[in-house]
Design a protein around this ligand. Structure first.
Ligand code: TRP
Length: 68
């Protein structure tokens, strides 16, 4: 079972960016969230890292954090 990441936007225009798995690490998807929108995403065969740009609450199995 792959891990989930939950991102709740605390402001408009938060970007949740997926980065590719493998030797070539690049952005492959960017999802824009407005305030109070929530995105639930998994780490997959294609996605090894997630970058969050903008103020948000982020939950993973490692805990909850905010970048506010
Ligand atoms: N097609 C992508 C994938 O299967 C979708 C995706 C999964 C994604 N997790 C993500 C996109 C996290 C952005 C951030 O890997």
């Amino acid at each position: 079972m792959e891990e989930f990441v939950v991102v709740k936007a605390l402001e408009d225009g938060v970007n949740v960016i997926g980065l590719t798995r493998g030797s070539d690490t690049r952005f492959h998807h960017s999802e824009k969230l407005d305030k109070d929108e929530v995105m639930i995403a998994q780490f997959t065969e294609h996605t090894s890292a997630v970058k969050v740009r903008g103020k948000a609450v982020i939950q993973t199995s490692h805990g909850e954090m905010t970048n506010e």
